[in-house]
Design a protein around this ligand. Structure first.
Ligand SMILES: [Zn+2]
Length: 191
């Protein structure tokens, strides 16, 4: 497992978060972390290598640092106001002391969850499967900036990511995900 770090975040981690932000329109809803999660805690995570070692940050912590800045006190915890571990909407997060965080976890019965979580990470119990019906696909999802037609254009076009990103007002990362079928899986053809 990678090491938990309490040190300034490398700018490239914050840049990556900024790119991911661009795929979520401002809204009061929870933003479900679209990438990997820590199997033990259930929190979204972002990893990187430095001097050959792997480090990772909790995604919601990165989100809070990007939106509100890193407090001088590195022992502060990034806490969820919405109680949704997979959420990284900065409006749903706040800084709190370690003690506050523990009290919050216990009051919500989440301490036990941590132990159970690893067992729940497969098959029908995996969060993406459980939430599947609650997350509308593509155009039915209000946050989507692309349309089915745009997706087909992106996948069949030989133009560069930059050209397509500019045309549809999304990031190059978003275009690349569409092209590789990582997002918009329900629209074919994926290449
Ligand atoms: Zn939330």
């Amino acid at each position: 497992m990678s090491k938990r770090v309490s040190k300034p975040m490398p700018p490239r981690i914050l840049e990556r978060m900024r790119d991911i932000y661009a795929e979520f329109a401002p809204s009061n809803e929870c933003w479900e972390w679209p990438k990997s999660r820590n199997v033990q805690t259930g929190y979204g995570q972002m990893g990187y290598y430095e001097d050959g070692k792997h480090f990772s940050f909790a995604a919601h912590r990165v989100s809070l640092v990007l939106s509100k800045g890193q407090p001088d006190d590195f022992s502060l915890c990034a806490m969820h106001i919405c109680d949704n571990k997979g959420c990284f909407n900065p409006d749903h997060l706040r800084w709190g002391s370690h003690k506050e965080n523990m009290l919050d976890m216990h009051s919500k019965g989440r301490a036990q969850d941590y132990k159970d979580h690893a067992r729940k990470q497969s098959g029908a119990n995996h969060w993406s499967t459980r939430l599947k019906d609650r997350i509308p696909k593509g155009e039915a999802n209000k946050k989507a900036k692309l349309t089915d037609k745009a997706v087909i254009d992106i996948r069949t076009s030989t133009e560069t990511l930059a050209v397509l990103a500019n045309r549809y007002g999304v990031t190059e990362t978003a275009v690349s995900y569409v092209r590789r079928g990582k997002t918009w899986k329900h629209v074919s053809p994926a290449t």
